[in-house]
Design a binder for this molecule. Structure first.
Ligand code: TYD
Ligand code: MG
Length: 489
């Protein structure tokens, strides 16, 4: 009988301790330590080390290079995020909130692979085979109905099936619901998830099976379970967006076989996820041109993307005014608000500020700072920002006239703490994308070295031009029925 040692494992970071504590010593989270039993190894490591034979190191140049043959999933955007397709034997973890479309995307990928003559297997540990069939029937075409499926939660059975069926690509939906009979602990507990992923990896690497592991995320958006899973797998894809919204993005947060900069944009339709190839065009067409709206020329990996950033400023009834942010980092917005107050005279200490990246897109690059600043300034002043035409800065590629109903104002740039605008990566590609969609002049760091210059340039070309240095004026605007003093310093 192996001795059983109790161990307490943090469900957030995987830290292990022998004694329970309220706060994890590893990551500082509260109430995350869960007790697990683990069999002690019978042989001591020291003696095993003594018996092992040494191996000779080889210079890297002498190692035979493996040419990675990639399998195309048939979903172009997914292939791009993966770095050109699935690599045989690779373990890919796809994380996302419930209902975001993980099962839909993996089913679509398997359907395309099956149609291309690849051997596939769909392991569902969450839904019955009948439920998977219902989903497959919704998808365009009938290729999804040819995917071989098993509805199984026992790890041993799944591994045995993999060894017998030897698929080239396998989906495990989800890694948290598989469990091993050899381990105590509920499915989804840290030890179970780690062992399940480890065992699946062993079989996958041995047989060269590309495995897509579906994983749940916690309420704050992190991949549930231990972070050790992220170390284990070759690629971590994060499925983001809001369930209620149509646009969803998939980005790589780790990729051993490609860049982590790529992002895919999808739209959930009645017949499955559809790739949004003209995302910029859609976001620009939907931009409101109302006060508080501005178009950000962002870079999503190697691809430029135009997205609308909106802000609303209203007088707060609370002691601590609200800062509600969606689609970007709260701390970035706090920084921009502080710089606006200090260097542009737009103090919002008594106002609630809401900032949103439209369409459920998440922007995680510093170039968003200027868009937030201009959107908030425009909302606070009740003045719309209209782009196009020959302005003070940037390129003039579109040549369309601004004014009422004109094109939205486009911008990008990182805000420094001293009120300066800093350049960000790939300015040419951002400008090129803006010009492509008729957004003539762009407010950006080369032409406007400071926030004050950017505000002057942005407001200067609107109809109701407001000098950046003047005391903000109350403006009649349907969304801002206030006395107008809320935005003064
Ligand atoms: P699903 O892929 O099951 O999400 P997850 O596996 O991430 O939990 O489905 C997500 C949602 O998408 C679900 O609420 C139903 C909807 N949906 C569509 O709108 N169209 C479709 O073709 C499919 C298959 C699902
Ligand atoms: Mg699912």
């Amino acid at each position: 009988m192996p001795r059983v040692a109790p161990v307490h494992v943090c469900s957030a970071c995987g830290h292990e301790t022998t004694r329970w504590a309220g706060q994890c010593p590893g990551c500082g989270e509260w109430n995350t330590l869960v007790e697990e039993s683990r069999a002690l190894p019978s042989a001591r490591r020291g003696s095993a080390r003594g018996r092992s034979a040494a191996v000779s190191p080889v210079p890297l140049g002498a190692v035979a290079a493996e040419g990675h043959r990639r399998l195309s999933t048939g979903v172009g955007e997914l292939d791009t995020v993966l770095g050109g397709g699935l690599v045989p034997g690779a373990l890919v973890l796809i994380g996302g909130a419930p209902g975001i479309g993980k099962s839909t995307l993996t089913t679509m990928a398997l359907a395309n692979l099956e149609a291309a003559g690849r051997r596939t297997l769909y392991v569902s540990a969450e839904e019955s085979a009948a439920q998977i069939r219902l989903r497959a029937e919704r998808l365009a075409g009938d290729a999804a109905l040819k995917i071989p499926v098993i509805a199984e939660t026992a790890l041993e059975t799944v591994c045995a099936t993999l060894e017998r069926e030897r698929p080239e690509v396998c989906v495990i939906d989800s890694v948290q619901t598989l469990h091993s009979a050899e381990l105590t602990g509920a499915p989804g507990s840290v030890g179970q998830v780690r062992d399940v992923a480890g065992e699946v990896m062993r079989v996958a690497k041995q047989l060269g099976i590309a495995v897509l592991l579906v994983g749940h995320v916690t309420k704050d958006g992190a991949l549930a379970g231990p972070r050790v899973l992220e170390h284990l797998v070759d690629c971590v894809l994060q499925f983001e967006g809001e369930r209620e919204r149509t646009y969803r993005t998939v980005r790589a947060v780790k990729n051993r076989f490609g860049s982590t900069n790529e992002v895919a944009v999808f739209e959930m339709r009645d017949d499955g996820l559809v790739e949004v190839l003209d995302a910029s065009a859609r976001f620009v067409a939907e931009a409101t041109r109302a006060p508080g709206s501005v178009v950000l020329c962002s870079m999503e990996g190697s691809r430029p993307l135009l997205v609308e950033v909106q802000a609303l400023v209203s007088r707060s009834e609370l002691v601590a005014p609200r800062r509600v942010v969606s689609g970007l980092d709260r701390n970035r917005v706090a920084l921009v608000l502080a710089v606006l107050g200090r260097h542009a005279g737009i103090g919002l200490g008594a106002s609630d500020v809401f900032v949103n990246v439209v369409g459920g897109v998440r922007v995680e690059e510093p170039g968003v700072d200027l868009a937030v600043a201009l959107a908030v300034a425009s909302a606070a002043r009740g003045v719309p920002l209209i782009g196009g035409g020959a302005g003070a800065g940037g390129v003039d590629g579109g040549g369309r006239a601004g004014g009422a109903g004109g094109v939205p104002l486009a911008c990008f740039g990182e805000l420094g703490l001293t009120g300066e605008l800093r350049t960000v990566a790939h300015p040419d590609r951002r400008l090129g994308e803006a010009a492509k969609f008729g957004l003539g002049s762009v407010v950006e760091p080369t032409s406007c070295p400071t926030l004050a210059a950017a505000l002057a340039s942005a407001f200067g070309r609107g109809r109701a031009a407001v000098p950046a240095s003047s005391e903000p004026r109350p403006t009649p605007h349907a969304g801002l029925q206030t006395t107008g003093r809320f935005d003064s310093v």
